[in-house]
Design a protein around this ligand. Structure first.
Ligand code: THU
Length: 131
């Protein structure tokens, strides 16, 4: 992916973050997931009064994609107007199910982006042992 493509995906994530529902943390996050077939799925964090019932922006985007029959992903950008959002452990494991080579793009703004492969962010994922 070129830097311009990374920035464009990050912009989609930042746009989505405007629709985040984050009344408890005040941390608004958007994610933009680029599938291998070129489709882009967005997601936001959706919090809940029962805190653990909330979901991160990354998994919102991932579940939207899988719902549409898409399971192969190239890149995921994560953005927040409230500060840098680096993907949490649960989301790393979630995407590891589908694309170990996923490029994860994040940073405080589009001029300060970091791109890391998911397998670097989660070197040892959980895989269910075969019975
Ligand atoms: N959050 C995300 O949506 N993605 C991240 O990468 C980090 C954290 C959300 C979860 C919660 O709604 C809020 O940010 C504060 O943790």
């Amino acid at each position: 992916m070129t830097q311009e493509e990374q920035k464009a995906l990050f912009r989609r994530a930042m746009e989505a973050s405007r629709r985040a529902y984050a009344p408890y943390s005040g941390f608004h996050v958007g994610a933009a997931l680029l599938a291998e077939d070129g489709r882009i799925f967005t997601g936001v964090n959706v919090e809940n009064a029962s805190y653990p019932a909330g979901i991160c922006a990354e998994r919102s985007a991932g579940t939207a994609a899988v719902t549409q029959g898409c399971r192969e992903f190239k890149a995921l950008a994560v953005a927040s107007p409230d500060g840098e959002a680096s993907m949490c452990g649960i989301c790393r494991q979630f995407f590891s199910e589908f694309s170990r080579d996923l490029a994860v793009i994040y940073g405080k703004d589009e001029e300060h982006l970091t791109a890391r492969k998911l397998c670097e962010l989660l070197p040892s994922d959980f895989v269910l042992p075969k019975a």
